[in-house]
Design a protein around this ligand. Sequence first.
Ligand code: CP
Length: 324
Amino acid sequence: KRHLISAADLTRDDAVLILDTAEEMARVADRPIKKLPTLRGLTVVNLFFEDSTRTRISFEAAAKRLSADVINFSAKGSSVSKGESLKDTALTLEAMGADAVVIRHHASGAPYRLATSGWIDSAVVNAGDGTHEHPTQALLDAFTMRRRLVGRDAGLGKDLNGRRITIVGDVLHSRVARSNVHLLHTLGAEVTLVAPPTLVPIGVETWPCEVSYNLDDVLPKSDAVMMLRVQRERMNAAFFPTEREYSRRYGLDGDRMAKMPEHAIVMHPGPMNRGMEITAQVADSDRCTAVEQVANGVSTRMAVLYLLLGGSQPAVTTTPAAAR
Ligand code: CP
């Protein structure tokens, strides 16, 4: 069985194959009949222990467009509230015939545990685990950047070689940032993180990227600027400058956006804190790809499910970065 646990596991060829397959899936989405019969008879379980809007709905849409059956499980309202373990929850789902389990969990490493425990025989896809990784978010972000910065047709078979990507904000708590840094590096991009010193992870010097504390210096040299959500639910007051101070130094408003090159895009994985890391003016501008990223998420997740369950070529691996 193959799994997708970490963007750090993907080779350049794996990633380009997923992005190219996602382009094929997007062409299907443009047709009057959006469905493919590819995964008919297979069951995808969405196993969500943390809240989600975009990831859960787009995995559901992706599986349905490939004709799979979908079971949605949310820890809220389930027997998890009575103390049922991850193992027993997983065994219950396996008994219902899951072929793939898409898992979001507050504990970093939960998807890896599920994939390697022997409890279940399904393919496992990490839909976000704690502060560790969110690999399909990084893939849909790379898909969006390749389309916008290289071209929809011109991008086929290509990576993001030499593109300058800036990731701004609460890097410390961001699985999106971690997955993006690894995947973008694999795809040849030059990544710069910009964050307050209290929101930079320990050990960041081992990551394949630069770190800056001055957003205004970096903006003119960026092809894409990815704003991260400030994750107040994962921090205490000691981590954080005041909201006003944060917005002043690290928020993206219209004046700052004007410092970016004309071709450069603004990205946000969502959900957005409007008025905190991004102003409404920027979020609603046509340079902001947040809504496009959501649409691209369906095609990208179709590609991942297809390659894991229906594709013939090896696209993703099982070794988590932590084990290498
Ligand atoms: N980007 C993202 O993971 O959004 P959700 O938490 O809504 O799934």
